[in-house]
Design a protein around this ligand. Structure first.
Ligand SMILES: CC(C)(COP(=O)(O)OP(=O)(O)OC[C@H]1O[C@@H](n2cnc3c(N)ncnc32)[C@H](O)[C@@H]1OP(=O)(O)O)[C@@H](O)C(=O)NCCC(=O)NCCS
Length: 172
């Protein structure tokens, strides 16, 4: 991500629908929040503790979302995936493309063994995205999340390097 992405990232993150499944409630989410976060992602990358990439539609000059790796475990070679994109860009296949690209980075470049994602069961877009990207639902934390008076299950999804390699040799 570029520091000049801050305004665009803030405009897209300043949305309850984008924040709700990221367990965030920053209202308003400002360019200053985005600047701090971009600086933090740069620091994480310098320290080899996290890698975050801006998602920029081909027709634009600024990022409108982000995909990133955190909780890098160098012993087990496991890493956690997270992502978000501005609401006006949903359902255009952008995150499917971003996930496909980052998986090459996870397995071929960084040589991890397994990548996982933790998803609120009500997040139908994220569930579909992961299943479409060949992640396997490995487990359910029952009623592990609460919004107001309602409890929600949380899904754990994972993808192993060998499973990913298999998908590379087969057409979708
Ligand atoms: C989840 C999210 C990243 C999906 O991004 P996206 O760019 O819309 O994803 P894609 O366009 O690549 O779509 C992937 C699949 O999910 C489906 N999908 C996307 N949003 C959906 C929704 N709200 N409900 C049902 N299906 C949805 C798409 O139709 C597509 O499936 P298909 O190819 O069978 O039609 C996006 O909605 C988002 O940023 N949400 C807020 C933040 C968030 O929830 N992050 C993830 C936390 S785990």
């Amino acid at each position: 991500m570029k520091r000049s992405d801050a305004e665009s990232l803030a405009a897209n993150m300043n949305n309850r629908k984008v924040q709700q499944y990221l367990n965030m409630t920053i209202d308003p989410y400002t360019a200053e929040h985005a600047r701090k976060w971009i600086n933090q992602t740069h620091r994480l990358a310098r320290e080899d503790r996290g890698y975050h990439f801006g998602i920029q539609p081909a027709s634009m000059d600024e990022a409108v979302g982000c995909i990133g790796l955190k909780n890098l475990n160098r012993e087990s070679l496991n890493v956690e995936l997270g992502y978000w994109i501005g609401e006006r860009y949903w359902k255009q296949g952008l995150m499917t493309e971003a996930v496909s690209l980052i998986l090459g980075f996870v397995f071929d470049t960084l040589k991890f063994h397994r990548v996982y994602a933790i998803v609120h069961s009500g997040n139908l877009g994220s569930v579909r995205l992961l299943e479409k990207s060949h992640f396997v639902r490995e487990g359910i934390y029952r009623e592990a999340h609460r919004t107001g008076s309602k409890w929600h299950d949380v899904y754990f999804y994972g993808l192993l390097k060998r499973e990913w390699k298999d998908t590379q040799s087969k057409p979708r």
